[in-house]
Design a protein around this ligand. Structure first.
Ligand SMILES: [Cu+2]
Length: 176
């Protein structure tokens, strides 16, 4: 079944269930009227139990789903970030060629001559981050490499006759 159909079906089931619960609650309140003070104590006791039950349910749900939160692993966040200077020049990147996996890296990017680009491509060839490399100016680019492998740095700013060849391969993770 297509995802859209499954979502629609799930919505219809949940909506029907919610409406049924509303109707059940509405019907259950159709009792003969009672003097408030007679039922007040009982009502407060029921309310207290419901409050405790719902609080426990929500806390349990929160605890059970905590590992699935889309935040990076705590270990990666707690590691100090690595500051890496990058100098671009016609037609090369002067920078280290090996990086750790799952550590915040802050590239401090500048240029020795003209404007260049600093584009980071993952092992599948997708551009994951980029910044300008400018003379007399430092641009900062934060990258956390999530998977080990060979990444490629490419210049993304036409900088002269050798621009198309201006790239550097870096490795992430594994041994040096
Ligand atoms: Cu270039």
């Amino acid at each position: 079944m297509a995802l859209a159909m499954r979502l629609l079906l799930m919505f219809l089931v949940l909506a029907t269930l919610a409406i049924a619960i509303f109707i059940a609650v509405a019907l259950s309140t159709r009792l003969p009227a009672q003097e408030q003070s007679d039922v007040q104590h009982r009502g407060y006791a029921i309310r207290g139990k419901w409050f405790a039950a719902i609080t426990l349910f929500l806390l349990a749900g929160f605890a059970a789903t905590l590992p699935f939160f889309p935040y990076p692993s705590a270990a990666a966040v707690l590691k100090p970030s690595l500051r890496v200077p990058v100098i671009a020049e016609q037609y090369a990147f002067i920078m280290p060629s090996h990086f750790p996996v799952n550590q915040r890296i802050i590239f401090a990017v500048t240029s020795r001559d003209v404007n260049h680009g600093f584009g980071v491509y993952d092992p599948q060839g997708h551009l994951i981050a980029q910044v300008q490399a400018m003379p007399d100016y430092v641009n900062y680019l934060e990258v956390t490499f999530r998977q080990p492998g060979r990444y490629t740095i490419r210049c993304l700013e036409y900088c002269g006759i050798g621009h198309a060849m201006m790239e550097k391969t870096i490795t992430v993770g594994g041994s040096r």
